[in-house]
Design a protein around this ligand. Structure first.
Ligand SMILES: C[S@@+](CC[C@H](N)C(=O)[O-])C[C@H]1O[C@@H](n2cnc3c(N)ncnc32)[C@H](O)[C@@H]1O
Length: 308
């Protein structure tokens, strides 16, 4: 099918984003993607976790699993990081992101969460199948758009410390930081990965969700972001009635998908306190060999840092 896709996914300049923008903005049959229709009601999708639970129950065979091999090329700091680094993968799905990280970065302990308990089962099955035993992987259930990450990940003392409330300054916390109050607290993480997860969160909950990621990162820590970009081919396939908000869609199985422009991503992350390190569209021309069709894929790649 899409044979070249995986190798090509980290090449970001097959075409300029303006190329798809021009096509979409000049095609009347696509005009429903351009405007906000106030009649669209995204509020009824507030309970967005159940469709994901159903999704992961339906896809239990492992066939749906595809390792994101390009991730370590996109984010080389995951390979060069210091020993005993900690990473939180938010919305781990079936493990497509955690598995290449566990395989390629021996220095990292990976924590993974998802709002679906079925997803956690899928991830564990795929790890067992792909890498066998690992002792540097831990998972837990959490909807980060409506709840805090657990206290053992970063207790209130650590969260305050990261904001400079206890240390009396902005010197930051180094990588060997340990929580001094709570022996069960791991003391926050050095990396957060948000890979095709934020687009699944209702738009109005995104600011809160990103702030939660910010709160558990150590100062100097990085948030690594990849998600659907505006005018990606999969956006243009949605029928008008699937549009539930501006650039926000619901699939037939009830899961949500938002499509990001760079300005929206920039605003969401900087409003939460992050510093922009990298932010760009990845525009990849993939060929569906079976159908002989060219597919214009647009993803957003971002790297954001919590200040020291
Ligand atoms: C498209 S999958 C991405 C999975 C994975 N990050 C990857 O790289 O393939 C999105 C995942 O986010 C999870 N998810 C959606 N909303 C969430 C939320 N509010 N809190 C935690 N996980 C969420 C879904 O259950 C799903 O497993």
């Amino acid at each position: 099918m899409e044979k070249k896709m995986e190798a090509g996914e980290y090449h970001s300049k097959d075409f300029d984003w303006e190329f798809v923008k021009n096509i979409v903005e000049n095609d009347p049959s696509l005009s429903h993607h351009l405007h906000h229709n106030p009649q669209h009601d995204s509020h009824k999708y507030q309970q967005h976790s159940q469709p994901w639970q159903d999704f992961h129950s339906r896809h239990s065979s492992g066939k749906f699993f595809k390792e994101r091999r390009y991730l370590l090329k996109e984010f080389p700091e995951l390979v060069s990081c210091e020993e005993n680094s900690k990473l939180l993968e938010v919305g781990c799905g079936n493990g497509s992101t955690v598995i290449p990280i566990l395989r390629g970065s021996k220095n990292i302990t990976v924590y993974a969460c998802d709002c679906s308990s079925e997803a956690l089962v899928r991830t564990k099955e795929n790890i067992d199948r792909s890498i066998a035993t690992v002792d540097n992987f831990h998972s837990f259930c959490c909807d980060f758009s409506s709840s805090q990450f657990p206290n053992w990940l970063a207790c209130n003392h650590c969260r305050d410390n990261f904001m400079g409330k206890h240390s009396g300054g902005s010197k930051g916390v180094d990588i060997k930081y340990k929580c001094s109050l709570n022996e069960h607290c791991i003391g926050g993480v050095d990396f957060v990965t948000l890979v095709f997860t934020l687009s699944a969160v209702p738009k109005e909950r995104m600011p809160r969700a990103i702030k939660e990621c910010f709160a558990v990162l150590k100062p100097g820590g990085l948030l690594l972001f990849r998600d659907y970009g505006l005018y990606d081919m999969t956006m243009l396939r949605f029928e008008p009635e699937k549009c539930i908000g501006f650039r926000e869609y619901v699939r037939s199985d009830g899961t949500l998908s938002y499509f990001f422009c760079l300005d929206t991503v920039r605003r969401l992350f900087t409003d939460a306190g992050f510093i922009e390190v990298e932010l760009e569209n990845c525009c990849v021309k993939a060929v569906n060999r079976r159908k002989g069709k060219i597919m214009y894929r647009v993803w957003v790649h971002g790297k954001f840092q919590k200040a020291f």
